[in-house]
Design a binder for this molecule. Structure first.
Ligand SMILES: *Cc1c(COP(=O)(O)O)cnc(C)c1O
Length: 428
């Protein structure tokens, strides 16, 4: 038995499913996940001393690569000054200023500890300022594990959401309306019927939690127009896309101004951080300057803030995104050419350094229903084939991949060579 297998066995006795977040468990692909011992640049090393080129990047945060010396030094230095004070610090102000400087729509920001906290808080604020309760989200988008987001569309034309997890009160998700991603007509129709109750529309401006699914032209703009017309708050959940698809996130990339934005992942540089912010008149409603409550013992934590600041400093350098995008494009073009040559139906998607590779010939791929046409059996073969070759992909067809600054041309070439060997083994 490998060390990973032994650890997974021990873990499964005492941690539900053996993991602290469900998708790490390899349930969608089968097998035992490698337990990771260390990481450096584009590489992960597991407890059995196997090395992998990593395209998960901790699900998004590691945009400058693992253990980047500047980030390591910043955190080491911060730790030496004490881990947490529960009192304000200069670094929080710097990080807030940096975020506001980079993200076009944000006038004010509040730091929290995870993306989940950011989205929950943004929705609370939207409900508070509109005096409305309903929330519109899109099928296949993920906004963390807050009760309000664990909803799926009810049957038929019913507009009330139903819980997608036991333990979520029916009454909570009755206020959550769910529509297919990229279907603006459905949103228009919904606003026509329910506008006076809709507090907010929350959307991943590039969907990254059903694989990578870009917005169709006009979709985000249409959401913005509808929200403005009907007095609803537009929330861009940029926990994944923020500082990923462009320095100013998807809102900069597509030129759309949301009312509120949620951030996470990259702003923590691998440590637990989230943030939400936006219009000054809205954010001014948050406690203690306003009546809307939200708090956090470890919010703005000195270590997390140090890692975030170091990371944002690196991404601010000239040419960072051009380099990253070019490498991701090379990777995606290469993978696509290999699969085409092997006669494997697939649809590749990419925005910046975020990519998807679906084993379906559905083109364009616009929503969850399209994504679900993927051949999951083939994905499993692909995933395990690549893992054996030393390439670590997300263990689900419905997750995005990420390229980091540490994925240089040689790393991409090695990946493509592995893909060439694996593609030959794929059968339906
Ligand atoms: C990861 C993610 C979240 C949740 O963030 P956590 O830090 O895991 O709570 C929310 N929204 C989006 C778009 C995400 O990708």
């Amino acid at each position: 038995m490998s060390k990973s297998e032994k650890l997974f066995q021990r873990a499964s006795e005492i941690i539900p499913g053996g993991v602290n977040s469900p998708v790490r468990a390899f349930k969608a692909v089968g097998g035992v996940p490698p337990f990771i011992q260390s990481a450096q640049g584009p590489w992960l090393v597991d407890v059995d001393q196997r090395r992998y080129i990593d395209y998960v990047g901790s699900w998004g945060p590691m945009i400058v690569g693992h253990a980047h010396p500047e980030v390591v030094e910043a955190v080491r230095e911060a730790m030496g000054r004490g881990a947490s004070y529960g009192a304000p610090t200069a670094a929080e102000v710097q990080l807030a200023e940096k975020i506001i400087d980079l993200v076009p729509s944000m006038d004010m920001v509040r730091l929290v500890n995870s993306g989940t906290e950011a989205t929950m808080s943004a929705v609370r604020l939207a409900r508070a300022v509109t005096g409305r309760d309903s929330l519109l989200m899109f099928e296949g988008c993920y906004h963390g594990h807050g009760d309000a987001f664990l909803a799926k569309a009810g049957s038929g034309l019913a507009t009330f959401g139903v819980p997608s997890s036991p333990g979520v009160p029916k009454a909570t998700v009755e206020q959550t309306l769910t529509l297919p991603y990229n279907n603006l007509d459905a949103v228009i129709d919904l606003f026509n019927r329910h506008a006076p109750g809709i507090a907010a529309v929350i959307v991943e401006p590039v969907a990254g939690n059903m694989g990578c699914v870009p917005p169709t032209p006009g979709f985000l703009q249409g959401l913005g127009d509808l929200c403005r017309r009907h007095g609803a708050i537009l929330i861009f959940d940029e926990v994944m896309t923020g500082f990923r698809v462009a320095r100013g996130g998807a809102q900069e990339y597509y030129g759309i101004t949301p009312d509120l934005t949620t951030l996470g992942k990259i702003i923590g540089g691998g440590l637990p951080v989230g943030a939400y912010g936006g219009r000054r008149d809205l954010m001014g409603q948050m406690a203690p300057s306003g009546p809307v409550y939200q708090a956090g013992t470890l919010s703005g934590n000195p270590l997390a803030t140090a890692a975030g600041l170091a990371t944002l400093d690196i991404i601010s350098r000239p040419g960072f995104y051009e380099t990253l995008d070019w490498r991701c494009q090379r990777l995606c073009d290469g993978l696509s050419a290999i699969l085409t040559q092997a006669g494997i139906p697939h649809t590749g998607t990419r925005v910046g350094s975020m990519f998807g590779l679906f084993f379906t010939d559905k083109k364009p791929l616009n929503n969850m229903e399209d994504a679900k046409t993927s051949d999951l059996n083939r994905f499993r073969q692909w995933f395990h084939g690549m893992l054996r070759e030393g390439v670590y992909l997300a263990p689900s067809q419905f997750e995005a991949g990420f390229v980091s600054l540490a994925h240089d041309d040689a790393i991409i070439d090695t990946t493509l060579e592995a893909a060439g060997r694996v593609a030959k083994t794929l059968v339906s």
